[in-house]
Design a protein around this ligand. Sequence first.
Ligand code: AMP
Length: 434
Amino acid sequence: MTEQQQQRDDSACAVDLSASELPESNTNAEVFTTTITSAEPESGFAGFGFSEALLRTLADKGYSEPSPIQKAAFPELMLGRDLVGQAQTGTGKTAAFALPLLERLESGQKTPQALVLAPTRELAMQVAESFKAYSAGHPHLKVLAVYGGTDFRSQISALRRGVDVVVGTPGRVMDHMRQGTLDTSGLRSLVLDEADEMLRMGFIDDVEWILDQLPEQRQVVLFSATMPPEIRRLSKRYLKDPAEVTIRTKDQEGKRIRQRSITVPMPHKLEALQRVLDACGGEGVIIFARTKAITLTVAETLEAGGHQVAVLNGDVPQNQRERTVERLRSGSVDILVATDVAARGLDVERIGLVINYDMPFDSEAYVHRIGRTGRAGRTGEAVLFVTPRVRDSTGTPFHPQPRAGHGPTDRSDGGARQHGHQPGTAGPLAQAFE
Ligand code: AMP
């Protein structure tokens, strides 16, 4: 439960108690109505034209204030404008597009009105779950996630029964469109979520194909953590006079996620991993490894050391992936060992530590990895293991967040084992290496 939810629960409790203590003559409907609804005008979500039902759902979720990207995006999207948003995961970007889209749905339409494209099935699933959670006040609304690795026929029958919002990966969405099982003729809004990831994963042609099939009159919303030229080109070609919103979270991210690198000789990596984990037990941990084989080796070693561990890699079937994420979320396992693709988009609030056991391929992958911690306003730690060979051969082994202007490495350190960008804030992790 978040602090906000806790506070809200406390205040909800206070309302009930005071009401029950009222003298008999005052327990009329008017008193109850006034008391219970008094929290609503304070919601920072009022004033965007959202329905009462949505405001109540947000309050129930413990959301009291819109995040900066939400504040900027809501008015534009509620007007139906196209929008390009540059924001990373963890900024509240899902709600930034999901809430206005939900509010603009029209009742009585049989075919889908909104389509969201996401690079991975994990993100598609997560975005679909968010849509479902935000539409709690409208139980008749149907949201469907379509991605590979799950039963095609059940998706077809759900589409036949009628769906309002479809969230999917480009490949599977294209398959449905090609065979006529996804009718986009009534589509009013399209969202490209994590567009740079879709580009990186080679989906951009599929995305353009989908865009080319859509009705002329439609709203297009594009969110991307970075804006490579190819994404700019896409935006120019397919978006009409879009509102542009850039959320500069770099400094905030830097503060929220404390990053450091540790030089570890290859044969000592497993031992170093144990020490980091011993020092930072408690909250959820994700360990990123480069290959499926390494995820298994790491998991087996940690299990032998008495840890509860789960693995997420490309060999894990879809239904098991969902169970694994749920176990991590509920705390029945604390450590997840994963490859990049398997863990992209994963949103589990209790992740307090990301360990880059193997170096990521590039800085984009690094940003996505460390973005698994520091969720929903929490703080987190990120550790990067660097082998001496890599550090020696490149000088600066890896500059994880070049856009942030403060990577976790420090050349002048001359091979010291630990490098953090916030000296003087040594926590348990630092002590593990002293
Ligand atoms: P996202 O950037 O969409 O992945 O969202 C990051 C996390 O922030 C998710 O766990 C959301 O549920 C949460 N979140 C989004 N908007 C708000 C808000 N206004 N207040 C509190 N939490 C939020």
